[in-house]
Structure formats: structure tokens, C-alpha cells
Design a protein around this ligand. Structure first.
Ligand SMILES: [Zn+2]
Length: 411
């Protein structure tokens, strides 16, 4: 790797080749409030910020895990990369389909472009639902901790994750899984040359514990140890988040839900189909309840249904397909006739029967809407002036992460 090596252009952006390892981290569900409340137990983060930079950036809407991780690794919003949720409704097939297969990705990733340019790339994700999207067309290590024990050289580029880390992989509902994910990254860096490492945690802790709570601070203290290890290893480190997290409850602590499919059907829109793109196999996190929904209707019902939804207390925005596609840069063919966003403390459901609420009876913290859009971006080096201005403006995106890391950091 020398200065003479040509930069890498992918998806309309040009990235300088890293001269030291680049580590991009997506801290699932981490708003700035978590860092602030844990400041006393995060000495390494304080040290990194003092020498480097921190600012607020914008996540993509819907503020969900897969759309934001895919945006980060492509450098593009959903309209261009195609991934706007965990689920969408395929109107041609008349089926609700999961969007975690790489076939749904409409552009290459930065990770695949770097690996094809001869750089060594590695990806570690806590949740397996992201692994194949992140690893599309990429050579190198690509593993999920959820399936660490099943990893093979052929499929994942590594077979001995558990032996390398030195303890069994935690389960998906164990707070430790995110720490294990980051620790795996540290071990990979120690083991051999890596030019670009992407690490993506899971948000079980943030779903269950608010900023400043004992459990949240214990988690962030552990995270801080890893920040310290990475920083001392001399890498260029950049961490952001896929979305924030807010309480979505009534004053009595019960989940504050608007079941909009039931509501529309009661009001005469019998064909209404509501898709909740937050729906995924990890229902203990959120019961498939978030602050974003998309609605499919008969064409001549769209305007009346929009008006009916706009009257519902707790719903703050109802957009037509075209309006939503424009405003949030979403792929029009993968959203419904309407896009609905609820307010900071309200979530959207289909019908009461459709959801399993047993795991969120005593509290619900979730995301998906506009109030989980602001997330931190922290780097362990100072920024070049243009990038410092962009970060301070608050208008940069979380999916600018690799632009910041490759082009924005001072050597
Ligand atoms: Zn997430």
C-alpha cells in the first residue's frame, strides 16, 4: 500500500486506499444519550474524542438496522441500494417477503469493491440477518456471532472464531454478544493484515435499558475497553449507529400502540395491508413494533385513508409513496401507497392479534421513525477542515462513515 496506489471508486464516491487499518463500527441502537450518560465509565471514548472528533449525523428513514447498515456499507440511501426494511410486500407475487437476501441489493458494497481492489476486508456482525447482505460479492472474512460456531472457511473465510476469541459465543439475547462481536474484530486485527474491518453490533441492550441505567452503563463500560484496544492498536477508528432508541409507552408503562391495519379496516378500507419493516426473527427486542409503517390500499382509497390516519393521535406524518420516496430517498417499488410515521413515544402495529406482546408488556423501547434519526459519529483522529465542517453542520449521514474514514481523517 503506497500513496501511488489508485483510489477506489464505488457507487459514485472515491475512497483513498487506507495506509493503516480502517475500522468502521455500527453500534446498533446507540444514540448520543448513551455515550453522555456513560461518560464516567468510558475513559477511552473521552480520550478518543479529545484527540479526534465527534458530531451528530443522520440515519436513514426508516431508522432500522438493515437499511442503515446497508446504507453505511454502500455509501448510498435506500433509493439507490434497494434495502428499505427487513420486509416488503411484493405486489406482483402477492407475498410479504424478507429482504435479507443479497439478491435485493441493487448496487455493490464498499466492502466488495475494496476486496476486489486487492485489499484485505473483514466483516463481523452480531446478527446473522445482516451477514449475507454485508458479504455480497466480498472476498475475505464475513461472519455473524449468532452463527459463529457454524462458520466455515468456504462460507465465512474463517472456521475457528470461538477458539480465536477463547470463550463460547453468547446467544442473541445476551448483552455480551455485541462485545464478543467487537472482540472478534480485535483478534482478527491481531492475527494478520486487515485493511478494512466492519463491525456491527446488536441493540438488545438498548431495547431493554435506557441511557444511564445500570445495565446500559455496564455495557458501555465493556464497549469502552474495546474502543481502547482498537485505538491503541493504531487503527483509524470510526463509530456511528444505525438508529437511536426511545421509550414507546403510555404513562402507566404499557406499550403505546396504534393498530393501524385494524383501524383502517374498521373505517371501511377492507383491503388495507400494513407492512411493518421492523419485523424480524428477533421478536423479543421489540415485538415487531416500531414508529414506521407502509400501507397498501386500493388506488381510489389512498387519499381518504391518508386523511383518516393523519387524524390519529400519535401519528405525526403520513406521506404518499412519491412524497416518501423523495423525502427519505426510498425505492418507490418497495414501499406502499402510504408511509406512516408515529411520534416519539408511539409505535405502529397491524392488529392486536398479529403481535406477540408478551415480551414488551412491561415496557417497550423501539425505533423506526424520525426521533431515532440523530446518531453520533466519532473518529479517533482529527478531521480535515471540510469534513470537520460537514460533521459540525449536523447534516452528514451515518452512511458517510467510510468517506470520513478514508478521506476525512488526518494522518
Ligand atoms: Zn438496529
Amino acid at each position: 500500500m503506497t500513496d501511488e496506489a489508485p483510489p477506489i471508486t464505488v457507487n459514485g464516491r472515491t475512497y483513498r486506499r487506507p495506509r493503516v487499518p480502517i475500522v468502521g463500527i455500527c453500534l446498533d441502537g446507540t444514540s448520543q444519550a448513551y455515550f453522555d450518560a456513560a461518560a464516567a465509565v468510558m475513559p477511552n471514548l473521552q480520550h478518543i474524542i479529545a484527540r479526534g472528533a465527534i458530531g451528530e449525523v443522520q440515519a436513514v428513514v426508516p431508522t432500522l438496522t438493515n437499511p442503515n447498515n446497508v446504507a453505511i456499507v454502500t455509501g448510498l440511501p435506500p433509493r439507490a441500494n434497494g434495502i428499505c426494511g427487513n420486509y416488503y410486500y411484493d405486489a406482483e407475487c402477492g407475498a410479504e417477503v424478507m429482504m435479507n437476501d443479497p439478491v435485493y441489493l441493487r448496487c455493490p458494497t464498499i466492502l466488495s469493491a475494496f476486496s476486489r481492489a486487492g485489499l484485505t476486508v473483514a466483516v463481523v456482525t452480531a446478527k446473522d440477518k445482516l451477514r449475507r447482505l454485508l458479504g455480497k460479492d466480498m472476498a475475505g472474512v464475513c461472519i455473524s456471532i449468532e452463527r459463529a460456531e457454524q462458520a466455515t472457511i468456504e462460507e465465512n473465510g474463517i472456521a475457528d472464531v470461538v477458539a480465536m476469541v477463547g470463550r463460547p459465543a453468547p446467544g442473541i439475547y445476551d448483552p455480551e454478544i455485541s462485545i464478543y462481536c467487537l472482540e472478534t474484530g480485535v483478534r482478527l486485527l491481531e492475527r494478520g493484515r486487515i485493511d478494512l474491518l466492519y463491525l456491527s453490533t446488536t441493540d438488545y441492550v438498548q431495547h431493554k435499558h435506557p441511557p444511564g441505567s445500570r445495565d446500559a452503563n455496564a455495557f458501555f463500560a465493556r464497549l469502552d475497553e474495546i474502543f481502547g484496544q482498537l485505538d491503541r492498536a493504531g487503527v483509524m477508528l470510526g463509530a456511528t449507529a444505525d438508529h437511536g432508541m426511545n421509550d414507546k409507552v403510555n404513562p402507566d408503562g404499557s406499550p403505546r400502540i396504534r393498530f393501524i391495519e385494524a383501524l383502517l379496516r374498521e373505517q371501511g378500507f377492507a383491503e388495507a395491508r400494513v407492512i411493518l419493516p421492523i419485523t424480524d426473527p428477533y421478536v423479543v427486542h421489540h415485538g415487531a413494533l416500531g414508529s414506521y409503517a407502509t400501507v397498501y390500499l386500493d388506488r381510489d382509497h389512498v387519499a381518504d385513508a391518508a386523511a383518516a390516519l393523519a387524524r390519529v393521535e400519535g401519528i405525526e406524518m403520513v406521506l404518499t409513496r412519491d412524497e416518501a420516496a423523495e423525502r427519505f430517498q426510498l425505492p418507490p417499488d418497495r414501499i406502499g401507497d402510504l408511509v406512516v410515521l408515529s411520534d416519539r413515544s408511539t409505535v405502529l402495529g397491524r392488529t392486536a392479534d398479529w403481535h406477540d406482546l408478551s415480551n414488551v408488556k412491561t415496557g417497550l423501547r423501539s425505533h423506526g421513525g424520525l426521533h431515532e434519526r440523530a446518531v453520533p459519529l466519532v473518529c479517533n483522529r482529527g478531521l480535515r477542515p471540510e469534513y470537520a465542517r460537514r460533521l459540525q453542520s449536523g447534516a452528514a449521514n451515518n452512511y458517510d462513515l467510510f468517506d470520513f474514514l478514508c478521506n476525512g481523517l488526518e494522518a
